[in-house]
Ligand binder design. Structure first.
Ligand code: ARG
Length: 565
């Protein structure tokens, strides 16, 4: 597509650096005021004129041509009108030619991004609290991949800590393999809770747990085997969910992987004089940065979460030589990330600036939408299952003759759940409501999927007439609805970059909703399937391009678009 902003920038004769000039040009919100606007306020001082007068002067100097067809000076703004027919056919050709690759880019070529996301805890259930990190991380994975980056998805497993000593004691007392194989993490949770109840009256249990934890650390065979068993059970459940959510990882090196990799980083910090003793513990003082000290070694010699994260960051830099390493973790851990990033920076590791905490808000369920039988946690699996079941009901009612309803219901239910975590600016706390996320007419994934299916069915309906060698009549596209829609389609590639570089998949979700709404307005106003094949074929290009962008956008959010719904 033509770079309209650049073309316009070259036409404006203002005393400004080209880059700044370019950055001031924006798309207009209202097509009546042209397509691009340039504000003149910034120039008032330099040119010693009022913005209104500047706009008039600059407008009179603009050379119009076949691409920029009109310019107006309005209240200190320059409003530019492009050749709209040219613009529309430009966008449509671009999208249709690129197909699935529309929005892809090469900016990331030769660069690597690590994304630490989902990062579940062994022996703990996969609950709704993991939805956002999983959905956002997975979408960033797909966005960066589309931009040409090599992406390493890392599940930094929570598989280290004294709780695993407790788990072993509990298992030996009240557990058995067969039951755990059958009931999974729920059974592990049950005996873990029991441990805490029993521990109150039987302090010897605490002591035994400590001994077993030491055995895990020392690599004792029985301890290792039990621990690996717990890990296998947990991962089996989690992997099932990842599969349903289209989520992938390239590494499962979690906390325990760094057990034998902490000494060198600690020694490095000592050598640089960063570590001080505080009540027997080793810490990095961060008072100068208004933070509590970063605790690295406890008085009993054991390491901490931060110690393992420091070792992990250094290991990842060596292993992957990343350009950026993202940590998609809830804002509750803000301080933890600020602290250990600071420690690495103080150690003189210049790449510490490339570590990014991608923080997000909390998800809660509306009251009463889900019973919490199994203690206080709402399992992600139960939420997905319920969404899929509800989707099946809706589909059965709307389209009883649809083939493979089950598969479509899975795509719709999963899509609705994922979208709920991706639709708002990630830092917001959100309340999940089944009826809202599954509303086919709302600002939801099912609405986007439904609109995509509508595009498919129009193309199908046109059938062979589409391929008859009749040139599309571009006059059929000369209307405000098509213009609006094409502007949104044209904005997609930039949105992919913005979403990736601002770590904000909601930029894609919001654009897709705008596109679907604009498409549905276009569809109401203009008959697509008609006897006038030239007109029909022109409008079918709009349909095809819209379907392509919606499908691609949904894929970048990890959501499948069924062909039919
Ligand atoms: N397992 C941790 C939790 O559930 C998240 C780990 C995030 N990643 C990291 N490198 N600290 O809270």
């Amino acid at each position: 597509m033509l770079d309209y902003k650049k073309i316009i920038a070259n036409k404006i004769n203002a005393p400004l650096e080209k880059a700044e000039l370019l950055s001031l040009i924006t798309e207009t919100a209202d097509d009546a005021f042209g397509d691009y606007a340039f504000p003149c306020f910034r120039l008032a001082k330099e040119m010693r004129m009022s913005p209104v007068a500047i706009a008039e002067k600059l407008a009179s100097e603009i050379q119009l041509d076949n691409i920029i067809v009109k310019v107006q000076a309005v209240n200190g703004y320059l409003n530019f009108f492009v050749n709209r027919q040219g613009f529309i056919s430009d966008v449509l050709t671009d999208v249709i030619k690129a197909g699935k690759k529309y929005g892809n880019d090469k900016v990331g070529k030769g660069k690597t991004v690590c994304i630490d996301y989902s990062s579940v805890n062994i022996c703990k259930s996969f609950h709704i609290g993991h939805l956002s990190t999983t959905a956002i991380g997975s979408s960033l994975y797909k966005l960066y991949t589309a931009l040409g980056y090599k992406v390493i998805g890392i599940n930094h497993l929570g598989d280290y800590g004294t709780q695993f000593g407790k788990m072993i004691v509990a298992f030996k007392l009240w557990g058995d393999k067969a039951t755990v194989e059958k009931l999974g993490v729920a059974e592990l949770q049950r005996i873990y809770v029991k441990f805490h109840q029993e521990e109150v009256d039987h302090p010897e249990l605490t002591e035994q747990a400590r001994e077993w934890f030491v055995k895990i650390e020392k690599g004792d065979q029985e301890a290792q085997e039990l621990f690996e068993f717990f890990k296998r059970i947990t991962l089996a459940e989690v992997m099932n969910i990842y599969k349903r959510l289209n989520v992938r990882f390239d590494s499962f090196n979690g906390e325990s992987f760094f057990n034998d990799k902490m000494e060198a980083p600690l020694q490095m910090l000592r050598d640089k004089g960063l570590i001080t003793e505080s009540q027997g513990a080793q810490v990095v003082d961060l008072a100068d940065y208004n933070m509590p000290p970063c605790l690295l070694v406890k008085s009993d010699g054991s390491s901490l979460y931060a110690t393992r994260d420091i070792a992990a960051a250094i290991w990842r830099k060596q292993e992957y030589n990343f350009d950026k390493c993202l940590y998609v973790v809830a804002y509750q851990q803000n301080l933890h990330f600020k602290q250990f990033f600071k420690v690495l920076e103080l150690a003189g590791l210049t790449w510490a600036k490339d570590l990014v905490h991608v923080a997000f808000g909390m998800v809660s369920l509306e009251d009463g939408s889900m019973s919490t039988r199994k203690g206080n946690v709402v399992l992600l699996k139960d939420v997905i299952d319920k969404a899929v079941a509800k989707a099946l009901d809706i589909i059965t009612e709307k389209n009883p003759n649809l083939n493979n309803k089950k598969k479509v219901a899975e795509q719709v239910g999963v899509g609705a759940v994922l979208f709920s975590a991706l639709e708002n600016s990630k830092i917001k706390d959100i309340t999940f409501t089944f009826d809202r996320v599954l509303n086919f007419d709302g600002e939801t994934a099912p609405y986007l999927q439904y609109t995509t299916a509508r595009c498919n069915s129009l193309l199908e309906k046109a059938g062979a007439s589409r391929h008859a060698k009749i040139a599309p009549d571009i006059n059929a596209l000369d209307n405000p609805e098509t213009l609006r829609l094409c502007k949104l389609l044209g904005a997609f590639p930039q949105a992919v970059k913005d979403a990736a570089f601002k770590y904000e998949p909601s930029i894609i979700s919001a654009l897709l909703i705008d596109i679907a709404q604009a498409f549905n307005r276009f569809y109401i106003e203009h008959r697509v399937i008609s006897d006038n094949i030239a007109e029909q074929n022109a409008r079918l290009q709009v349909v095809e391009a819209t379907g392509t962008v919606l499908k691609k956008g949904l894929a970048l959010l990890g959501i499948d678009a069924p062909d039919k719904m």
